[in-house]
Design a protein around this ligand. Structure first.
Ligand code: CUA
Length: 341
């Protein structure tokens, strides 16, 4: 008898202990990552309030359940057909179990409404926010700074300065999400969204597209590097100078972020077909047409999305991509160095 009771108590306690140790484990358990922004910290606070209330409800309900099972189990000698007392209605009890949930919801609503402005963290114009445009594409992120500097998949930001992101999509819905910075924000075709925050720590933060957007959704990752302000300004200036011509480094980012996710880093094919050595890679007119219109061959399953929508109008990025391909003997079509075609 005693042993059975111990067993019952043990099986009830085990999931609770597991939950508690998970919570202690920090990031990777039930805890969100430490935030590197004020708005992210506000979101984490809301999360802990919610988890606290949920944990209390869980303990009360499950505790009562276990208690009732033990306390009111059928005793030896009680006939099988015996019924407990039949109770109909208890006004006070019903008021309590309606009133408490109502109160909890009201508390959550008030706390949430109070926190919305600090989560949104809209910078005013005199805070001199850094504005960056995010283009969500199958299957990469294109970052464009106000000066026209472009980056693929890796966003650099200065620490301590408010950031105002505007987000668009060029094919399907994606969702920009860097959990250590702030909440996620969808990129939606035909609608421009915004997202603001101020990074208060330097570091490298990993993100991931959080909206199932096609076969390569899983590899649609992003990295945010938050660096000291002077380092950022120097980097931005150097990028502007570099990208004025056909920048091999921008071309390499574009190859890796845009082309390689489907065609393989070496262009030998992955989900998409082999393209290494294809003559189109050295033909600006044909390549531009392919990248801005995509391709849907009815004889082949799958299609090539129009990946270059929203690229700089002066074709800098296209030429940068071609310059990188021409510089890479594994990818360049034979004879492209002399005169492509
Ligand atoms: Cu883009 Cu998932």
């Amino acid at each position: 008898m005693r042993r059975r009771r111990l067993f019952l108590l043990g099986s009830a306690a085990l999931p609770l202990l597991t939950l508690a140790s998970d919570a202690m484990a920090g990031n990777g358990g039930v805890a969100p990552p430490d935030s590197a922004t004020g708005s992210g910290s506000e979101i984490n606070e809301l999360y802990w309030i919610l988890i606290g209330i949920l944990a209390a409800i869980f303990l009360i309900v499950e505790g009562a359940l276990v208690w009732f099972i033990l306390r009111y189990r059928r005793r030896k000698g009680t006939p099988y057909e015996a019924e407990g007392p039949q109770i109909h209605g208890n006004t006070r009890l019903e008021l309590i179990w309606t009133g408490i949930p109502l109160l909890i919801l009201v508390i959550l609503m008030v706390v949430t409404i109070v926190k919305v402005p600090s989560v949104e963290a809209r910078p005013s114009a005199d805070e001199n926010p850094l504005r960056v445009h995010i283009g969500g594409h199958q299957f990469y992120w294109e970052y464009t700074y106000e000066s026209g500097v472009v980056a693929v998949d890796t966003l650099r930001l200065p620490v301590g300065r408010p950031v105002e992101l505007t987000l668009d999509a060029y094919d399907v819905i994606h969702s920009w999400w860097v959990p250590a910075l702030t909440g996620k924000r969808d990129t939606i075709p035909g609608r421009t969204n915004t997202l603001s925050f101020t990074p208060n720590k330097t570091g490298v933060f990993q993100g991931q597209c959080a909206e199932l957007c096609g076969v390569q959704h899983a590899v649609m990752r992003t990295t945010v590097e938050v660096v000291p302000a002077e380092e950022f300004e120097a980097w931005l200036e150097q990028q502007a100078a570099d990208q004025a011509g056909a920048s091999v480094s921008l071309g390499e980012q574009t190859w890796q972020g845009v082309c390689a996710k489907c065609h393989g880093l070496d262009g030998k094919g992955d989900y998409g077909p082999t393209i290494a050595g294809n003559s189109i890679l050295a033909d600006e007119t044909q390549l531009k047409q392919l990248l801005t219109q995509g391709r849907d061959n009815p004889g082949v399953s799958g299609y090539m999305p129009a990946v270059a929508l929203g690229w700089p109008e002066d074709d800098r990025q296209l030429r940068a991509l071609m310059a990188y391909i021409a510089s890479n003997p594994d990818l360049a079509p034979a004879g492209a160095g002399a005169q492509g075609g």
